[in-house]
Design a protein around this ligand. Structure first.
Ligand code: MLT
Ligand code: MN
Ligand code: ZN
Length: 306
């Protein structure tokens, strides 16, 4: 099973179009040792031919161009994207669906609450009904037990969605009334080898069922949005703490580094990295600290095989 990181940045990408934080400014000037990154998405396949796109980023066209496997030449019009699965209904994870409108009806796997948002607050589904159309396959979310599913056309892989305690996006009609399934984590298992990756680009809290899933995974591909809880506030960019945005910061007691230190997974990788995060600077002490803890930082084009 192969996972390709199509986009390793949080919303806005890196550098962000209007941002002059130290990272974005120095990146543009060419004085920062760092990699540019597009917005959050991965592709997964067991046969190398049929890929599931997990999250459809606004940067999807650039990401497809950078990934030959997603653009096979079997027919006059062709794609390696056999289906799309969404972790939430956020702008950075969904608006790339509009860029797929020239294709066939999109097989879309998402929870009922994400589908609800995409038919109301962010009405991508009604818009796309005038182009290719979307075929919804509900992702089951159970509170009492976890249910692994297989997706037709994506052979050799089992997917287990986990409800994460979080909030729906700002435009959701149920923003102030959280539903299980507003945001999910996903266990992705290679059926042949039994190897598992736990993927959660938006992870605000390590709840007991999440911790158990993380402990059973061979590879963790998890929320790397912010280094510190008040990163956006200190820079004057937002009044929200990391937790208000559904992200667990890396540093500090109870932070992501401490959590990952307690895990045995062979690989621990941060993804969905915000452009303000000092770990993007490869000369920073925060970057070095992650490496000392055996934690990798995802970059666009990174491939994980397991
Ligand atoms: C988030 O996950 O908090 C997002 O990246 C926000 C956004 O897309 O604007
Ligand atoms: Mn995001
Ligand atoms: Zn910035």
């Amino acid at each position: 099973m192969k996972i390709i990181v199509l986009g390793s940045s949080a919303g806005g990408g890196f550098p962000q179009w209007n941002c002059n934080c130290a990272n974005c400014d120095r990146m543009r000037r060419g004085t920062l040792k760092a990699k540019a990154r597009t917005q959050s998405s991965i592709a997964v396949s067991a046969d190398g031919e049929n890929w599931i796109l997990i999250n459809a980023s606004p940067d999807i066209l650039t990401q497809i161009q950078a990934t030959p496997a997603l653009q096979p030449g079997r027919y006059a019009r062709d794609t390696g994207i056999a289906a799309v699965l969404l972790m939430d209904a956020q702008v950075d994870h969904t608006t790339g669906l509009l860029m797929l409108r020239e294709g066939k009806p999109i097989p879309l796997y998402c929870t009922a609450s994400v589908w609800d948002d995409l038919t109301t607050g962010l009405p991508l589904v009604p818009v796309l009904s005038h182009y290719c159309g979307v075929r919804w396959h509900p992702l089951p979310i159970r509170q009492d037990h976890l249910e692994a599913i297989e997706l037709p056309g994506i052979d050799g892989i089992r997917f287990t969605p986990l409800a994460l305690s979080s909030k729906a996006p700002p435009y959701s009609p149920h923003r102030e009334n959280p539903h299980p399934g507003d945001n999910i984590g996903l266990m992705i298992e290679n059926r042949a080898s039994g190897k598992k990756v736990f993927y959660a680009p938006g992870l605000g809290e390590i709840e007991p069922h999440v911790e158990a899933a993380m402990r059973s995974a061979d590879c963790l591909l998890v929320d790397g949005t912010f280094w510190s809880a008040d990163e956006m506030i200190r820079l004057g960019f937002s009044s929200k703490h990391a937790a208000d945005m559904g992200h667990l910061p890396q540093s500090g007691p109870g932070g992501m580094i401490e959590c990952l230190d307690s895990m045995d997974a062979a690989r621990k990788i941060l993804i969905h990295i915000n452009n303000t995060n000092p770990i993007l600077d490869e000369d920073s002490e925060q970057h070095a600290a992650l490496l000392r803890h055996g934690i990798e930082i995802a970059h666009d084009g990174m491939e994980i095989t397991l």
